[in-house]
Design a protein around this ligand. Sequence first.
Ligand SMILES: [Zn+2]
Length: 324
Amino acid sequence: MRGMAVALLAVVISVVPCFAGPFPIYVTVVMHTEDPPTNPDFTRDRDTYLRWRDALVEFAELLHRYGAAFDYQCEWTFLAAAAMYDKGDVTANSEGLNVLKYLHDVLGVSIDPHAHERIYNYADVAELIRRTGVEPSQVVGGFLYWPPDNRQNWERFREPLQGRMFPEATWTGRILWGAGTAGHKGPDLFASGVWRPKDRYHFITHDPESPLIYIGSWRRTTMRAGGLFELVELARRGELDPQGMYTVSIFVAHGVVVRGGEEFLAKFTDAVLEPVGELVEEGLVRWATLPEIARIWVEEHGEHPTIYIPADQRELIRSLFREG
Ligand SMILES: [Zn+2]
């Protein structure tokens, strides 16, 4: 019996890949659909809405075939248009479901609110998601982190948020994603990792008592897989914390998929989905949506914080926030 146990142990040891350290790196694809004027007002233009809708369905199905995790982060007009137009023949390519329900229920996509909060705030956008029959995630899909005293004030997501357009609606955020600056004109944060930002003046300080979890996006690029290959290389060279939990978001603008059509999908498959799939096979990468990443951090990593700022912006970002 003991001999058998030893033999089994030998087998187990031989099949466990011989890398230690910060693997797997957790990766998701994040898409934004914007409010006007960045994207069209879909409620006023059915044909445009249908074109964007078809592109979204095709992209989500492609990701699903590759087993890729997908966080779809949507501003208010596309959601309002889905409620207006997703009836009858329109739903023929989505199993008779509206597009949000199809993505969420059939393809396993996390539906996260995204709001610039010019008119509709996060609770309003979450309410529009709910009205499509989908429970919105608790991800704040993009927010202003710099300067600390900005018009949005992310600290208000610590409490349940009341709608502005729908005052009876409330929504509670739990996970912050996409620390940015107005118009992306300042130093957007390209850190990887997961932590609880202490407060708006100490964003890159972990505070275990802070209610909100931040998930770092790393580079957010599209065709370079959000900088994933670079991060894998840093990990292989032993430059990352073996106890750390590292994260990457591959950002894809909805408009880029619409304009790029089949050519975009083919390029994205070659440059991102195929090579990332190989890293997944090797056990170096794991696809996980943002809510899944938060769950893994809490349940499997004991909330051990990782705050890894890329070398080229480390000094700048550290100069923006106070220590301690
Ligand atoms: Zn946006």
